[in-house]
Design a protein around this ligand. Structure first.
Ligand SMILES: CC(C)(COP(=O)(O)OP(=O)(O)OC[C@H]1O[C@@H](n2cnc3c(N)ncnc32)[C@H](O)[C@@H]1OP(=O)(O)O)[C@@H](O)C(=O)NCCC(=O)NCCS
Length: 176
């Protein structure tokens, strides 16, 4: 039987230095890129940490990111980042446990979104792929991002039509 997973919800400002280092290490290994600049770029966000003993083995975070759906801004949108489980611990249900807890924690948001290279993993958990055009807005510039897989989740069970246009403001590093 798998040992019990201890989940903790921590605002970015309240993260202890060693916790932050563990997150950077976990995500750097999982995404094969130095994750430190990404973590800094997210600013105000909330972390969901999954520990076995004192070891961080799984993690996700969310931040507020306004989304434009068919031209109407939804300001109360949660954007999920940095979902990762340590290699050697994957496939044991830990990542799913984190995402299910994230679903509970983001119930005050109208909609949630994320971008991923493993959409099938999120579909199992109730996420849907955005089928319509995905755009990034940078001032007057509109940047189509047809190659980015963006997924959405409705904390209250009511998703908008995913064939419409979805847009977000430009940001550095990863657009989605
Ligand atoms: C994707 C990731 C977060 C999943 O975490 P995890 O802790 O291994 O996930 P779980 O153990 O909860 O998932 C297990 C289930 O997902 C399924 N699964 C695993 N990878 C899958 C994939 N790529 N596509 C579809 N299903 C997948 C397993 O078959 C298993 O299903 P079951 O419960 O029906 O047997 C982890 O593999 C990871 O960190 N990958 C590298 C970083 C990454 O790609 N993160 C997500 C990008 S946003």
């Amino acid at each position: 039987m798998n040992p019990p997973l201890r989940l903790a919800v921590v605002a970015a400002v309240d993260l202890a230095g060693p916790e932050r280092s563990q997150i950077v290490r976990l995500c750097t290994d999982a995404f094969e890129v130095d994750y430190s600049p990404f973590l800094k770029s997210f600013g105000k966000c909330t972390h969901l940490l999954g520990f076995l003993g004192s070891e961080l083995i799984t993690h996700a975070l969310w931040l507020r990111r306004p989304l434009s759906i068919a031209g109407t801004w939804v300001f109360n949108a949660a954007y999920i980042e940095a979902m990762a489980t340590k290699s050697g611990y994957q496939g044991r249900g830990y990542g799913s446990a984190v995402m299910r807890r994230v679903h509970e924690e983001i119930r005050s948001y109208e909609i949630a979104a994320l971008s991923t290279s493993v959409p099938e993993w999120y579909e199992r958990l109730g996420w849907e792929r955005w089928r319509g055009p995905r755009l990034i807005l940078r001032g007057a510039e509109v940047i189509p991002t047809p190659d980015d897989v963006v997924m959405v989740y409705a904390p209250w069970g009511v998703l908008p039509d995913v064939n419409q246009t979805l847009a977000a403001e430009w940001r550095p590093l990863e657009l989605w």
